[in-house]
Design a protein around this ligand. Structure first.
Ligand code: ATP
Length: 312
C-alpha cells in the first residue's frame, strides 16, 4: 500500500530546475532513504511531499490526500524533523514539546503524558527540566525528533537528522527509527551518508541534480556495480584504446568505458580480476596504471553513474 505517491513532480525557481520529473512510490511502513550530495534536491523533494512548498507541476498524494488541495489534512498526519534545530533554546525540553503539542491542539493530561512518553523514547527524561541551550548537539537532535512525533504522525520526514552528532546519539536515533517502523510508521530519511542508508533503509532513491538516478534496495543497487569498479589511466591514447578492446573481451568485464585517458570498468570480482589485469599489463609491457579500485557499495555506484563523489 502506498503512503506517498509522486507523479512527474517538478520544482523550478525561474530557470533553476531543482527537481525533475520525480516519480516515486513510498510504501506504508517502510524506511525510505533519499540519498544524494549537497544541493541534489532532497530537502526540496521532502518539502513538496510535506506540502510545505508546492510543486511547479506534477501530482503528490500522501495517504491518498492530494498535496495541493488537502494541505491542512496532510499537516496533521506528517511529522517533519527539519535539518536545522527548530527549538527554543531558553526553554526546557518539556516546555518545548508542550509548545509543539499545543500547535496541534493537544492539551491537558493527554499532552503531559505524550511529552513524558516522548522524553523516555528519546532517552532524555532525566534532563527534561534543563534549558535546551545546555544540551549537546545530539541531545538537541533527539528533542527535535520528539517534537516531530508529538501529534502521532503516520509518516515522519527526517532531513539529515544525524549531521554533526556523536555516535551514541546517532545509535539512539537509529534505534528510535527502528522502533517507529515497528509501530507501522513510514519514515522518509534524507542523508548523504551511504552507510546510514545501508544500515537503515528498506529502499533508497539516489538523487543527483534533481533527478533520481537509481532506485531500489541497497542490495539491488549495489549489485549494479557487480564486483567493483577499477579505473586505469595511461599517457598514450592509442595504448589506452588497445586495452579497452582487450579488456572488453574478458568475461570478467561487466561494463567498460573510456573517459579521456581513463578507463573505467565494472568487474566481476575486484580482487581476483585486478590480479588478472595486472598480469595482462605486464605481459604487454604496458605503461597503463591502475589508479583506483572501488569495492561494490552505494558510493561506488554513485561515482560510477555520475563521475562525482557523494561527499565532496
Ligand atoms: N527557495 C529557493 N530559491 C532558489 N533556489 C533554491 C531554493 N531552495 C532551494 N534552491 C536550490 O535548489 C537546489 C537543491 O536544494 P536542496 O536544499 O533541495 O538540496 P539538498 O539535496 O537538500 O542539499 P543539502 O544536502 O545541502 O541540504 C540547490 O541548488 C538550492 O540552491
Amino acid at each position: 500500500m502506498a503512503m506517498i505517491l509522486c507523479d512527474k513532480v517538478n520544482k523550478h525557481y525561474e530557470n533553476n530546475h531543482v527537481v525533475n520529473d520525480l516519480d516515486l512510490t513510498i510504501n506504508k511502513g517502510e524506511i525510505f532513504g533519499l540519498l544524494g550530495p549537497n544541493g541534489a534536491g532532497k530537502t526540496t523533494s521532502i518539502s513538496m511531499m510535506t506540502s510545505q512548498i508546492l510543486p511547479s507541476n506534477g501530482t503528490i498524494k500522501i495517504n491518498d490526500l492530494d498535496g495541493i488541495t488537502k494541505r491542512k489534512e496532510i499537516k496533521k498526519i506528517v511529522g517533519i524533523v527539519p535539518q536545522d534545530i527548530a527549538l527554543y533554546p531558553m526553554l526546557n525540553a518539556i516546555d518545548n514539546l508542550k509548545f509543539f503539542g499545543e500547535l496541534y491542539g493537544i492539551k491537558g493530561q493527554i499532552l503531559k503524558d505524550r511529552v513524558n512518553e516522548l522524553l523516555s523514547l528519546v532517552g532524555l527524561a532525566d534532563r527534561a527540566k534543563e534549558p535546551i541551550k545546555n544540551y549537546s548537539g545530539g541531545m538537541k537532535r533527539r528533542i527535535n525528533i520528539a517534537a516531530a512525533l508529538i501529534h502521532q504522525p503516520l509518516v515522519v520526514f527526517m532531513d539529515e537528522p544525524t549531521v554533526g552528532i556523536d555516535p551514541q546519539s546517532r545509535n539512539q536515533i537509529f534505534d528510535l527509527i527502528k522502533l517507529l517502523k515497528s509501530q507501522g510508521i513510514t519514515i522518509v530519511y534524507t542523508t548523504h551518508y551511504m552507510e546510514e542508508a545501508t544500515a537503515l533503509c528498506d529502499r533508497v532513491a539516489i538523487i543527483d541534480d534533481g533527478s533520481i538516478i537509481a532506485l531500489g534496495t541497497v542490495e539491488e543497487l549495489v549489485s549494479d556495480v557487480y564486483g567493483g569498479v577499477v579505473e586505469l589511466s595511461g599517457d598514450n591514447q592509442e595504448e589506452v584504446r588497445k586495452f579497452v578492446d582487450l579488456f572488453q573481451q574478458e568475461s570478467f568485464t561487466k561494463d567498460i568505458r573510456l573517459s579521456g585517458s581513463k578507463i573505467e570498468m565494472v568487474v566481476e570480482d575486484i580482487n581476483k580480476n585486478v590480479a588478472e589485469m595486472l598480469e595482462a599489463l605486464n605481459q604487454n609491457d604496458s605503461n597503463l596504471k591502475i589508479i583506483n579500485m572501488m569495492h561494490p557499495s552505494l558510493e561506488t555506484l554513485f561515482l560510477y553513474k555520475t563521475g562525482k563523489k557523494l561527499r565532496d
